[in-house]
Design a protein around this ligand. Structure first.
Ligand code: NCD
Length: 367
């Protein structure tokens, strides 16, 4: 394949990204108990607030100030059929922190998918072994399909380039916390999205969640071939947000509150060669930040950042910058995932009743 137009349009443009603003604004309030969490379309603003409120409550447990056994005896099946470090481990650890047990399946080739088993059969089987399932899979829509056959709640840990709801929730929670320190709220926020906005599911889910808020200004900074899907731009505009496209990073990062940097999603390209054309096109480092950003502009990234010499979208020389929020983001992921489990399994009000002090040495976790 040659040229930028040769990038497969397959999954990204035919994925179930499309939703209406009415769906997004969520007329019916989500009852978390026993629900699958498949798409951010399920949340209205009060549902997001409820998750954030429960996430705050999880802080002492995530910080190892207390332990709780509220989910003692419960089993999570953590099924990751695409590479993952933080999503898989933090979902598992979040379940452990609530006292539950985790079973892992992480390779399609060592599971029965390799023998031709359908999503339906796998869902029927695994839901007999667990109380809740988290699943990541390369096919858009696969987790929804799996959930239809499951007898227990299923959480989407990422379905191809489509959605990544727990990432969007933790990103929004992080934005809210970071900008609260500047006396701002999510309404009226300005955000620069940088990198592969076409295939990045974290960006897709985040944009859809941002439609629940008012007066957002989005600078989308990407190569022309990797712009946000039109359905997402339409949703943002219907929500009354401003979307301004840039191809030059320095222009696009000026005057925004938050920079949200992303990795080239090389696994979604038809060939490595094709992906390599976009690697390293946008590199944020301290010098560029100092030259173009306000001193308190927040820097975020869903991670992993590509630290190879040819990429470096977020340079290591930003590591000491106090506005680099990437590890506060990952810490917050634990809180959000604990909150989702507690809400879905209906133990929010029981968590503290099963608490005990920690008896071992606990290192200080700097934020
Ligand atoms: C993201 C993903 O898998 O979509 N990572 C994550 O879950 N934190 C982003 C990425 O892989 O670039």
């Amino acid at each position: 394949m040659q040229g930028s137009s040769a990038i497969s349009t397959g999954t990204a443009t035919h994925s179930p990204i499309v939703s209406t603003l009415n769906e997004l604004r969520g007329r019916q309030r989500l009852n978390f108990v026993g629900s699958h969490i498949i798409s951010v379309d399920q949340f209205d603003r009060s549902a997001a607030d409820r998750i954030f409120e429960v996430a705050d409550k999880m802080q002492p447990y995530a910080m190892r100030q207390r332990i709780t056994q509220v989910l003692q005896g419960a089993i999570l099946s953590n099924m990751f059929f695409e590479p993952s470090t933080r999503t898989r481990v933090s979902f598992g650890s979040a379940f452990n922190l609530l006292g539950g047990e985790v079973r892992e399946t992480s390779e399609a080739k060592t599971s029965s998918f390799a023998k031709g088993e359908s999503l339906y059969d796998t869902a029927r089987v695994l839901s007999g072994y667990s109380d809740v399932i988290v699943m990541r899979h390369p096919e858009p829509g696969s987790v929804a399909k799996f959930a239809e056959a499951s007898r227990v709640p299923v959480i989407n840990g990422g379905d191809g380039p489509n959605e990544h709801p727990s990432q969007a929730l933790l990103d929004l929670y992080t934005m809210r916390t970071e900008i609260a320190a500047h006396g701002q709220s999510l309404d009226g926020l300005s955000i620069a999205l940088i990198g592969d906005l076409r295939f990045g599911r974290a960006v897709h889910s985040l944009c859809k969640l941002l439609c629940l808020y008012d007066n957002i200004r989005l600078h989308s900074i990407s190569p022309a071939e990797l712009v946000l899907p039109q359905e997402i731009i339409d949703l943002l505009k219907t929500a009354g947000h401003d979307v301004i496209e840039y191809t030059d990073m320095a222009d696009g990062i000026r005057g925004v509150d938050i920079l949200y940097v992303t990795r080239t999603q090389e696994e979604r390209f038809p060939s490595q060669q094709e992906a390599d054309r976009y690697r390293g096109l946008f590199r944020l480092n301290q010098a560029i930040y100092t030259q173009n950003c306000e001193p308190n502009t927040v820097i975020m990234h869903p991670l992993p950042r590509d630290s190879r010499a040819q990429a470096q979208e977020l340079d290591d020389d930003l590591n000491q910058n106090p506005n680099l929020a990437i590890f506060r983001q990952t810490d917050n992921g634990m809180l959000i995932r604990m909150a989702l489990f507690a809400l879905i399994l209906d133990v929010v009000d029981e968590v503290d009743n099963h608490a005990k002090p920690v008896t071992w040495f606990t290192a200080k976790r700097h934020r």
